[in-house]
Design a protein around this ligand. Structure first.
Ligand SMILES: NC(=O)c1ccc[n+]([C@@H]2O[C@H](COP(=O)([O-])OP(=O)(O)OC[C@H]3O[C@@H](n4cnc5c(N)ncnc54)[C@H](OP(=O)(O)O)[C@@H]3O)[C@@H](O)[C@H]2O)c1
Length: 245
């Protein structure tokens, strides 16, 4: 899907990271992932921004634990990595569209959704968090979704997707507590991008009601830039508003 990319004057520069910082984007073929990568590559303060996905080298396939481990192992030599963004995810696919009713639940869809939205990202946290700087600031962000908020669930439906993102939020929170012990300046957060025009949102009028991925990525980078280490383990919207778990 073609997306407007940030122009030379509209990219967001991460001022809170050291000059010459290095960044990784997992899911860089997606609408939001590619927009993140474009912002980072346009930031003169960023020395190196690398996109990772199923078809990159090294590859990261969330369905294949060995690729996640091998990619992190290979990238470690170029580290530390100051900004690590996980922007991959799944809402619909060959297994079907999001369930509207309990009667539509099936193992294949639940398993596929949890593998990509929860289990794969958990392994990304496990293998990539050690690449953050031990001393100094580091950012590790995982794209979640507001519909994964249990407290904010008013409409129901979308069982697998909601539950996979709620579980993802718990993993980010739990990892943030452990990582703070070894990386005291690290900030691990779950972010909601808002409704964005992408292949993921297309069946739900994403092209009509969603905004350009470049705008969402710019907003989220600004939110990340302003987060203090004490705010690690939080769930925020692209606007900077905290979201209920
Ligand atoms: N768009 C929205 O309105 C919206 C709203 C709330 C939350 N989000 C979240 O934002 C994130 C990005 O969404 P998007 O709108 O940018 O979606 P998108 O354009 O459909 O991109 C999805 C990305 O996930 C990757 N992916 C899927 N399965 C994978 C696998 N097995 N291994 C590695 N990568 C895999 C895709 O890679 P391939 O190119 O290889 O398929 C692609 O890079 C998702 O986590 C989504 O839940 C989006």
């Amino acid at each position: 899907m073609s997306q407007a990319q940030p122009t030379a004057t509209s990219f967001t520069s991460l001022q809170s990271l050291p000059d010459g910082y290095r960044a990784l984007v997992i899911g860089s073929t997606g609408a939001i992932g590619s927009a993140f990568l474009a912002h980072l590559q346009a930031d003169p303060r960023c020395a190196l921004a690398v996109g990772l996905g199923r078809h990159t080298s090294p590859a990261v396939d969330l369905d294949d634990e060995a690729t996640i481990a091998a990619a992190a192992h290979q990238l470690k030599a170029q580290g530390p990595w100051h900004c690590i963004i996980h922007a991959a995810g799944l809402l619909h696919g060959p297994h079907g569209m999001p369930e509207k009713r309990l009667g539509q639940l099936n193992y294949a869809q639940m398993e596929a959704t949890f593998r990509i939205n929860t289990l794969g990202p958990a392994l990304v946290l496990a293998h990539f968090a050690p690449l953050l700087p031990k001393q100094g600031r580091g950012l590790l962000v995982v794209l979640s979704a507001k519909v994964g908020s249990i407290g904010d669930n008013r409409l129901g439906g979308w069982y697998s997707y909601r539950a996979s993102k709620a579980a993802l939020n718990m993993l980010v929170k739990t990892a943030s507590i452990e990582v703070a012990r070894t990386h005291p300046q690290a900030v691990l957060v779950a972010l909601h991008p808002g409704t964005v025009n992408s292949a993921l949102s297309a069946p739900f009028n994403g092209a009509e009601i969603g905004r350009p991925a470049a705008d969402a990525a710019g907003d989220m980078l600004r939110v990340l830039d302003g987060l203090a280490p004490e705010e690690t383990g939080s769930f925020y919207a692209y606007s900077g508003a905290p979201l209920p778990w």
